[in-house]
Design a protein around this ligand. Structure first.
Ligand code: COA
Ligand code: MG
Length: 315
């Protein structure tokens, strides 16, 4: 089964420059979630919740989704435990039955095969039908966190029309692959380039081929904003759409890196105008600031111009 979202024609994907993790076991963190400047917040039932707290956290997340008021433009997600745990089915069924109308998507960790997505898709459909929710509205976000998941990533990306993002999980991936680090989201010594270049490129290509988004995971050293900036600039350069945050202090830095500067936006708009003028006069290519620009530049500039307009420039 293949499902492709054609960019620009299907329902537009939500903004996810920052995807903020809120442990479902903490009343205090949950209460803060609607006030944070992250584009997306996800309430977590997986690895930030201790095994003894899983049931209680599920109840707390339901209560939080029922009672908290999130701003209209915030993407609201929660993370279930993986399909190989004893918690997955209750995480999915109990929460979506109770508050499925309050969420935009379900995040599924440790995805290894398209079957994980298909299982989640079919269960969501069952709940939607039984509860009278709009069928197919709830999206799926898939974390790629080991070698099996990466080997299957292209098929995972198209396993359901609900698919909205592929997310890289750096901690689990480093452990599974044998990368010798203990810092989540950090880089090991001894490799002259970036050790994740292959993974990021494969992830973003799989996402683009499916018309969905590619998101980088967390940077655990939350007090090290220089390190965070470096990793974020790197994934931004490779084409990814956003990055996780685990502490509120990381949000501003990442939002800034994923937003073009006013100057970059103005240049993109000026390039579009110059190109439009040239094509209106019958030329396929134009000169803009001493460089040749053609149809490919229009597409590149369109992306930056769109991001700038979304950030409010020129409004
Ligand atoms: N979500 C919402 N609020 C958070 C938060 C989060 N993830 N992390 C911290 N805060 C709040 C704190 O409650 C505190 O609020 P206050 O100023 O009203 O008291 C404020 O932000 C500053 O927090 P700080 O005291 O600096 O951090 P901490 O010591 O309380 O917590 C961590 C640090 C790392 C334990 C915590 O940020 C955390 O648990 N992060 C999420 C981890 C996670 O989700 N892991 C799984 C995905 S990898
Ligand atoms: Mg993980």
């Amino acid at each position: 089964m293949t499902h492709f979202r054609v960019p620009g024609t299907a329902c537009p994907l939500r903004s996810r420059r920052t995807c903020h993790s809120v442990p479902g076991s903490s009343e205090k963190f949950l209460a803060k979630a609607p006030t944070l400047a992250a584009d997306q917040v996800f309430l977590d039932l997986e690895d930030s919740v201790a095994p003894s707290e899983k049931d209680a956290a599920r109840g707390r997340v339901i209560e939080a989704l029922r009672t908290l008021e999130f701003p209209e433009d915030k993407t609201v997600v929660y993370r279930v435990n993986g399909t190989d745990t004893p918690y997955f089915y209750r995480d999915l069924i109990d929460v979506v039955e109770a508050v499925g109308d309050k969420i935009h998507a379900v995040m599924l960790p440790k995805v290894q095969t398209p079957g994980d997505i298909e299982l989640t898709d079919k269960l969501l459909r069952q709940i939607e039908l039984a509860k009278g929710y709009e069928v197919g509205r709830i999206g799926i976000e898939a974390q790629i966190e080991d070698a099996v998941g990466l080997v299957n990533v292209e098929q995972i990306a198209i396993a359901s029309p609900r698919m909205e993002t592929l997310i890289f999980g750096p901690g689990d991936y480093s452990a599974a692959i044998g990368i010798p680090i203990t810092q989540i989201g950090g880089a090991p010594e001894g490799y002259p380039g970036d050790h994740l270049n292959y993974l990021y490129t494969r992830l973003v290509v799989a996402a683009r081929a499916a018309g969905i988004q590619a998101i980088d995971g967390p940077y655990a050293a939350f007090k090290d904003l220089d390190g965070l900036r470096e990793r974020t600039r790197l994934v931004r350069a490779l084409g990814l759409d956003g990055k996780w945050t685990i502490h509120p202090g990381q949000i501003e830095t990442i939002n800034e890196i994923f937003t073009p500067t006013q100057e970059q936006w103005e240049k993109a708009e000026a390039m579009l105008a110059a190109y439009d003028e040239a094509t209106a006069a019958g030329a396929g290519a134009a000169i803009f600031e001493g460089e040749m620009v053609d149809e490919a530049n229009r597409k590149m500039a369109e992306r930056i111009a769109g991001q700038g307009r979304a950030a409010g420039y020129g409004a």
